[in-house]
Design a protein around this ligand. Structure first.
Ligand code: SF4
Length: 505
């Protein structure tokens, strides 16, 4: 006998979908070496053709997990090599944790070794049948509330939806639990597009296997049960040629159809090609209340580069028009680096641009260290706040902070300005921004689609009143998600909302 398989040791074995073709070699070998195999009836049936007559088999029904764990430990104590089987992976909703817990509680003198033998969990099996939906950050949530309080599950669903994870739902439905999946869909629809791709796989790699690719809006129209795994894509997931694919992000840096890439190999890790990276993101959030600079147009375009400039600021520092000041310190910093033909110009709403010769990375970093950040595209979300009466009306700040954090990782196709005012005076004109948020007597009002200047000047197209903080965040995040997914490249929000007005409310 292989030394690894020693008497009195417990092996918690993940058998994957059950057939030896989809089982890890480690699991197969371990089943072969065990003197006793313990498992749930259905799982024993799945592997019974792998068992030898000499092997003792202990079967137990559903809800007898604790008995299985206790029996496993008793048999190991007798010196037997014991294998307890779980479908999928034993360490993911399987028997591994319970074995360790029961072992600890039973306090046997001496030591019983436990080896967890990994298996292929349902989310991996299902993903392989759907295409490549789990190519990015993901999480798994079981909708079974037999052992987990439902409000905990609901909270996890909300945060997974907000976090734009690829989400796998285990145990979506059973003969007794029918409502949970409806609630899960409702929560997801608050943060994701109704067209968000969804894969439903039942009995992966088993004879009655069934695969459906649908979307969030229609997912409840298909059968689901305890053998079903539901994969909900993130906001980037697409159905391509009948397969569900979640892009890893290569398309943002590379040309997937070209042999020769635009970015040289030696330059591919440079952060200028990664505006979404931590350093850039920090700068983005710092500049959300900052200044923009618009510099002159009469320098020949071919030699000029257009930059947006933001200064460091915190959320409760105002970005109101009257306070859009590029102070002497920042001017002096800029002066150190810019040539004399560079120009700065303020737009009517106090935003600022810079037109100048292209600035090298080293200089960019120096400017950044001084609190000035240069960036060269218009794809960003700007939150314009009032000054909350110099901090004397702070009631809504907690929600501003939540909104700011929720938006931090989101890249939109064009400009989106969000106004946030701390009381019904709305003295900084939030209601006329792309999305205007006004805190009024303990509630929020959300105004959508206003435009306060230019040829398209108009009142807001949609208004939501008497909202709780959660409702306000939900409406804004849903709207931003739709703009992100449906907006054309460089399409500003005010144009997008006009194009889809009537659908997005
Ligand atoms: S909108 Fe209200 S809270 Fe904000 S600065 Fe004006 S009066 Fe103060």
């Amino acid at each position: 006998m292989n030394e690894f398989f020693s008497p009195g040791k417990v092996y918690v074995i993940g058998i994957g979908p059950g057939s030896e073709n989809q089982m890890t070699l480690f699991a197969l070998k371990t089943i072969e070496q065990c003197q006793v195999i313990i498992g749930y009836d259905t799982y024993i049936d799945l592997i019974k053709h792998l068992l030898k007559p000499s092997q003792e088999v202990v079967r137990a029904g559903m809800t007898e997990e604790v008995y299985r764990a206790q029996k496993t430990i008793e048999l190991a104590k007798e010196g037997k090599i014991v294998g307890v089987i779980s479908s999928g992976d034993a360490g993911l909703y399987g028997m591994a944790g319970l074995i360790f817990e029961v072992l600890h509680k039973m306090q046997f003198p001496g030591k019983i070794d436990v080896q967890v033998v990994p298996g292929v969990t349902a989310l991996i099996s299902a993903a392989s049948l759907l295409g490549a939906p789990v190519m990015h950050d993901f999480c798994a949530i079981s909708l079974s509330d037999h052992l987990t309080p439902w409000n905990t599950i609901e909270k996890r669903l909300v945060h997974a939806a907000m976090g734009d994870f690829v989400l796998t739902l285990y145990n979506p439905k059973s003969s007794r639990r029918k409502e949970q999946i409806n609630i899960a869909q409702n929560i997801l629809l608050q943060y994701r597009n109704p067209e968000n791709p969804v894969g439903i796989v039942t009995s992966a790699y088993r004879p009655d296997q069934n695969i459906v690719i649908t979307d969030l809006n229609h997912m409840l129209e298909f059968p689901a049960g305890m053998m079903t795994t539901i994969l909900i894509g993130n906001s980037q997931t697409r159905v391509i040629d009948g397969k569900m694919i979640t892009p890893r992000g290569y398309q943002k840096k590379y040309q997937l159809h070209q042999n020769i890439q635009d970015i040289k190999k030696s330059d591919r890790m440079n952060i200028t090609h990664e505006p979404w990276a931590l350093q850039k993101e920090k700068q983005n959030s710092e500049m959300q209340t900052g200044l923009e600079i618009n510099l002159m147009k009469n320098i020949p375009k071919r030699v000029l580069h257009k930059y947006y400039i933001k200064t460091k600021g915190s959320l409760n520092q105002s970005s109101a028009d009257s306070e859009k000041i590029l102070n002497a310190g920042f001017l002096s910093v800029l002066g150190k680096f810019l040539s004399t033909d560079s120009r700065i110009e303020a737009t009517p709403d106090g935003r600022l641009f810079l037109l100048c010769h292209e600035i090298d990375i080293e200089t960019m970093e120096k400017l950044d260290s001084e609190g000035l950040y240069l960036y060269d595209d218009e794809e960003y979300i700007l939150i314009k706040t009032c000054n909350f009466c110099d901090g004397e009306k702070p009631e809504s700040l907690v929600w501003l902070d939540i909104l700011n954090k929720s938006l931090a990782d989101i890249h939109v196709p064009g400009q989106l300005h969000i106004g946030f005012n701390g009381c019904g005076m709305s003295c900084h004109g939030a209601v006329m921004e792309d999305i205007g948020i006004v805190y009024f007597r303990g509630e929020f009002e959300v105004y959508i689609g206003g435009k306060k200047m230019g040829r398209n000047v108009r009142l807001p197209l949609h208004t939501h009143l008497h909202l709780s903080g959660e409702e306000m965040i939900s409406i804004v995040m849903n709207l931003v998600a739709r703009y992100k997914n449906e907006g054309f490249e460089k399409e500003k929000f005010f144009k997008y909302i006009l194009r889809v007005s009537g659908q997005v409310v």
